[in-house]
Design a protein around this ligand. Structure first.
Ligand code: AHR
Length: 688
């Protein structure tokens, strides 16, 4: 567990070194344990860890990922495809994101399509042209096409030609003015019927850049049609139709245990028609019709159900499968009873596609799609945020799905999307869900800290909890250090209570930061864990807090106690006006500024103490450990800290705030340690 994390950190440090930012190394592997100065005016806080008292097991599935098509997460994000609107279906009237080259006339043509799914094509009417000034069409990708040195790109497309067109086509990677050609290849001729063409483009010793385009050009006059124009860079694990390696590596460094898929709102769609209709997302990509995502852009569904599952496989995660439960965001719903039966059947088929062996209908279909081995599946979520349905039919819808799924798969754990934080009338009463999915997105600084102890008093008898979407939404497009501190405070609460909080996943996971405005840009939701443009990616401070928690914990939670925890005055956010009347501002509250929890690995004896100091001053803390024979004087600390809560990472400064591993000394069963301002620390204590 730890080694992997250190790879991630040392990789980030290597980047720093390469940038000549040697200050980043200050303190790395240095002994930073300090003797606490006396605190004037207040007692030094004390933390007690009772190493022989286990309060809970740490859920082995606790840390995971949540994902959906939002902020160009798949297309324009993790999915390797570089061509935007490759199927020409993003807009019904115009070939958006495509530009004519030379005097070519381009238009959408519904006649003689490739097939019923891709039922329109791009028509190019071409005049005679020359090599120095060819005609054709170009695509600028998702805010650029990345060109890297000595890299091979896979081109494929379907084409047909009208009689009279007899020339070759040139495919190329080029600068946006078409003058600089990085790589090109020839397709010698086309036929009158649709055929698939493929080529490889290999770059030489070029500087990495992203303000580029992909072009298909010719010098011959006539008319040709194109469909499914695709350009793939090398992918993670070299999967065909696979994922972008840099983003996959950031995720791998989190060591996530599960992936909640496919959404979010993306599961439900704005309308029933626009739901994630999984059967239309499998098989040959040229047979997938695509659909409008609820975040107002087109999805080709090249990233479909099997791609989600292979993503899980690549990162050793389990899918947490969210199934469409008959409710879409514009309040469209399917009536419970007979009308729901086809949707129930779709769900049973979907589960079989995921975990059925090849003797089953849908297991066999998965094998035909290229993956004979079934995927492990233990959790199925019925719908998404069904508390938003005004008619409150979730209890009845959940019941119909629950009964059908449990009858066939009694061991699957079924998750309700309405938790106890929602009104009684919205919750499930007729059945007992195995887990309840809670979502929280506070956007006021300090709110997560104020809520960090919520689970301490949670009922231990009801369903378990999946915190399936949550984030401190401070900072955009990605969260800043203030958010990371709130997140870390909240995570101490989840980890301490992971006997009931079995799974957690931050959301949203991704944002393309190329045009980070929420209307018409590359971002539909501010504050996202990982940012990227066409060329590079980075983790936010919140990302690094997640990495620290998910890669540094034991298998049991230890009993802890504390005295003299410092606090500060927090102003809760104003409540919403109702009927034009603004309620009075809520009273300020005293909220802790120091958070902690302790877990222990029972095999090695190692104690992982996490401490969050959300204050702007160094915080000395006395630490007392009982129930162990001894604690080694030397240990390790991993520290994430910033000079200001507003500090953040970005494309320009991707590793400004990263965790740094330090040697820690002066440890024992009774010691004092100073925690830096605005910091998250994992202290690793070797015990006997
Ligand atoms: O994470 C963004 C959105 O927030 C999800 O799609 C939805 O489930 C929630 O409202």
């Amino acid at each position: 567990m730890r080694n992997h994390f250190h790879n991630a950190v040392t990789k980030a440090l290597r980047v720093f070194l390469a940038l000549g930012v040697s200050a980043a190394l200050n303190g790395f592997c240095a002994d930073t344990n300090s003797v606490a100065p006396a605190q004037t005016g207040s007692a030094i806080p004390t933390l007690q860890i009772k190493a022989d008292q286990v309060t809970a097991k740490v859920s082995p599935m606790l840390y995971g990922l949540m994902t959906e098509e939002i902020n160009y997460s798949y297309e324009g994000g993790i999915y390797g495809e570089l061509i935007r609107n490759r199927t020409f279906k993003a807009n019904a009237t115009n070939a958006v994101f495509w530009n004519a080259v030379g005097d070519a006339a381009i238009s959408l043509d519904p006649n003689q399509p490739l097939n019923d799914s891709l039922n329109v094509s791009l028509k190019l009417d071409l005049k005679p042209a020359s090599k120095s000034s060819p005609e054709g069409v170009a695509n600028g990708g998702y805010w650029g096409i990345p060109v890297k040195p000595n890299t091979t790109y896979a081109v494929s497309f379907y084409a047909r030609a009208a009689s009279g067109f007899s020339g070759a086509l040139t495919v190329s990677l080029q600068g946006t003015n078409g003058k600089m050609i990085f790589a090109s290849a020839e397709i010698p001729s086309l036929t009158g019927d649709w055929r698939k063409y493929e080529a490889k483009l290999t770059t030489g010793k070029v500087a990495p850049s992203k303000d580029n385009q992909f072009a298909i050009t010719t010098t011959s006059p006539g008319t040709i049609w194109l469909q499914q124009v695709s350009l793939f860079p090398p992918t993670y694990n070299n999967r065909a139709n696979g994922n972008r390696p840099d983003i996959m590596q950031l995720l791998a460094d989190m060591q996530p245990k599960f992936l909640r898929l496919p959404g979010g709102n993306y599961l439900e769609g704005q309308t029933i028609e626009q739901r994630f209709d999984w059967k239309k997302t499998i098989g040959d990509v040229s047979q997938r019709p695509g659909h409008e995502s609820p975040w107002h852009y087109w999805s080709t569904d090249g990233f479909g159900l099997l791609e989600f599952l292979e993503w899980c496989e690549d990162l050793h995660m389990e899918p947490v499968l969210a199934v469409y439960a008959g409710y879409s965001l514009r309040q469209e719903k399917v009536a419970v009873g007979d009308a729901m039966k086809p949707y129930i059947q779709d769900t049973l088929d979907e589960i079989e596609y995921v975990n059925g062996d090849t003797s089953t209908t849908w297991g066999a279909r998965r094998a035909k799609d290229g993956h004979p081995a079934p995927f492990a599946l233990h959790y199925v979520e019925i719908g998404n945020e069904d508390f938003a349905e005004r008619a409150s039919t979730y209890d009845a819808r959940f019941t119909q799905f629950y009964d059908a799924i449990k009858a066939k798969y009694p061991n699957l754990q079924l998750i309700s999307t309405v938790a106890d934080d929602q009104p009684e009338s919205k919750r499930v009463h007729s059945r007992t869900p195995d887990l309840l999915d809670e979502h929280l997105y506070p956007s006021t600084e300090g709110e997560m800290e104020a809520r960090a102890h919520e689970f301490d008093n949670h009922s231990r008898t009801g369903p378990k909890v999946f915190v399936g979407e949550w984030a401190t939404r401070v900072g955009s497009p990605t969260p800043n250090m203030a958010a990371a501190l709130g997140d870390a405070a909240w995570m101490t609460g989840m980890e301490r209570n992971s006997d009931i909080v079995l799974l957690e996943s931050y959301a949203p996971l991704f944002v393309n930061v190329s045009q980070s405005r929420t209307r018409g840009g590359s971002m539909q939701w501010a504050s996202n864990l990982i940012g990227y443009d066409a060329l590079t990616s980075f983790g936010s401070p919140s990302y690094y807090a997640q990495v620290m928690f998910s890669t540094h914990h034991g298998d049991v939670v230890l009993a802890t106690g504390s005295q003299d925890i410092p606090d500060y005055t927090w102003q809760p956010p104003a409540r919403r006006a109702r009927d034009g009347v603004q309620p009075p501002p809520p009273a300020p509250r005293q909220v802790p500024s120091l958070f902690f929890d302790a877990t222990r690995d029972r095999r090695s004896g190692m104690i992982f103490l996490k401490v969050v100091n959300r204050n702007g001053t160094p915080q000395p803390v006395k630490i007392e450990i009982s129930g162990v024979a001894s604690v080694a004087a030397e240990g390790e600390a991993v520290v994430l800290k910033a000079d200001s809560p507003d500090d953040t990472n970005s494309i320009q400064q991707p590793t400004k705030i990263i965790p740094v591993a330090e040697k820690a000394s002066g440890l024992g069963t009774n010691f004092t340690r100073e925690f830096p301002p605005y910091s998250v620390t994992v202290l690793e204590l070797k015990t006997r």
